[in-house]
Design a protein around this ligand. Sequence first.
Ligand code: NAI
Length: 724
Amino acid sequence: MAATEKEVMNEASAKENSAVRQDLDADGILTLTMDMPGRSMNVLNEQLTEPFAEAIERIESDDAVKGVIITSGKKEFLAGADIDGIFKITDPGEAYEAARAYQGFLRRLETCGKPVVAALNGTALGGGLEMALACHYRVAVNNPKAKFGLPEVKLGLLPGGGGTQRLPRLIGIQNSLPLMMEGKELSAEKAKGAGIINALASDNDDMMKQAREWCQANPKATAPWDAKGFKYPGGDAKHPAVVQVLAIAPSMLRDKTKGNFPAPENILASVVEGSLVDFDTGLDVEARYFADLVVSQVSKNMINTFWYQLNALNKGDSRPKGFDRSEVKKLGILGAGMMGAGIAYVSAKAGIEVVLKDVSQEAADKGKAYSEGLLDKGMKRGRVTNSQKEELLGRIKATDKVEDLSGCDLIIEAVFEDRDLKASVTKETEAVMDANGVFASNTSTLPITGLAEASIRKDKFIGLHFFSPVDKMPLVEIIVGEETSDETLARGFDYVQQIKKTPIVVNDSRGFYTSRCFGTYVNEGVALLAEGQNPRAIEVAGLQSGMPVGPLALQDEVSLSLALHVMTQTRKDLGDDYREPPSEATLRKFVEELDRPGKKAGKGFYDYPEGGKKKLWPGLAEQFPPAAEKLSQQEMIDRMLFAQANETARCVEEGVVEKTGDANIGSVFGWGFAPHQGGTLQFINAYGVKNFVERSRELAAKYGERFEPAAILVKMAEKGETFA
Ligand code: NAI
């Protein structure tokens, strides 16, 4: 019998404004449909939990209710906790109580004595999946866009609604840890494969039908962990196989996080400790670890930047208003080298027709072959099909003819970093491209306004600064020249989003924002080396500060000769205004005297033995005899972080970066600034502007005027302001 024919009671109309509709059918199946008024998604807050609690009371007390299906009236099931609420909590007691309340509520549902099915019509993340885990059965529509997982760790939190207790009891400790500690999001199919979802459905009707049938077939459902004799799949924390893993898990984690991220540590502890006690005590353990994280500075930093600021940025906070969304149809790329080849790949992947031009057909083909290489790798991993590969490659035309660029609505030049060459390709291309097209330069150092001088349409000239490797790096720094129009900026912004990257917008200046601030990190590492600090300790301090790579290794990657070349050019351009960075003399010595120009040459601060692991060059000790005073790790960490944050503040002062979110996201996504600090300006905010100014002055007195706090910080400290 069709479900609709059976529906005898529909109380939805009586509770029109309720976030949870209740529909009881003649078979006694109560369908709870979450559908929060005035929101595009369901989120966990009082608006949802209050009517839900009423429904639970009914389930418990109404004998007419024989089974329950929970689903959603929105496109997605339930997005998770209301981050606004969590962000505001500063009292651990309050966080603990909030977790206990949600846990208690789900526990009542789980132990109501009647079958409860989660009918997952779309995404269920965080608290949403935790609700589904508290149901006795989960059926999901096999929608490739829907995501399932417990990603709390990405905001410095843990699943505090029973997630760290139910998931390991459902799929085992070893299988559940990576899902929670890395915050992986799975498709419905993968979640089914992992044992998180019980069944897949072809569409909503099929889902509801399966849910109903399960309820009817299992009138006395209970959770496995509430059944007598329950055992963890794969064993609990005392099982010999698990013991082996747990013996090394904490050290492996430390190696990865350097102790900067408390969330994965708390997840591990909650899972392990929870497995040694009964389920309800496990929930209490979880709530305590949750509370610890909610009030931690790390979660506040991460939510500030990767939730609020990133969302605002993706919504177009920095995009000029009043211009329709644009789409690039035909993209021309000049220079099929490392950058051009990468830009071609990501653009073709986004469905854009690409013309990849170099000086010879051979060079252009080589650039296209880069895409082929990436696609072959994807095929080996089963992520790319042959037809996807052919389709993508079919969108890239490799050529040495400028005429092939005709009709391009965007051109990106990625030829050698040479002003004259860039000027000549600009002129040559503007003659054939779409008259309304935008011309962009991927220069990493040359001011955009100067490069625009070669253009006949300066208002349509812009900087689109990609990062290497282009296919992996999520950021593009958009540089606005003096004459770049708002419309051009909007179009540049749209293109960056079209290729699924994150755009930040900065104004024109030497090194723009990211290269300029990134340089201070490497610079500080080299300065410490020159002062006679132990090179290994310097590298470790870099990693401990939260940077992905130590400063000396990074300098080798970038190449010492390139850095020196940029310094030499800057000295030439700035004349008397040039301030020599403390690393310059060392770089000059390494490049010009010692012939150790960097990784590419197999020798820089490290040796790169063929086929072997890199090692710090033993000659460093002789070049830089150990200093009498060995600095503490914290002192070195402070120097590295303060150098970057202070330079960012100077960029704000000079109007190079205007939005705090652009600065924070740019620092983490662009050059890997410590994510647990939430970006360079958030680091200053969290440190306290006044404290930052005082500490900067201390550092300046000891190590040089580069640490003198930016004037803007001194003013902000006086007024008690922070970066908003
Ligand atoms: P690359 O040396 O790998 O490639 C440059 C390519 O331009 C070569 O294939 C060359 O044959 C080609 N070329 C030269 N003259 C040309 C012309 N007239 N028409 C067409 N093609 C021509 O250099 P890479 O690393 O790709 O850098 C390119 C640009 O991107 C530079 O401006 C660089 O500063 C910038 N950039 C580089 C980054 C990096 O990490 N390598 C990061 C961000 C920007």
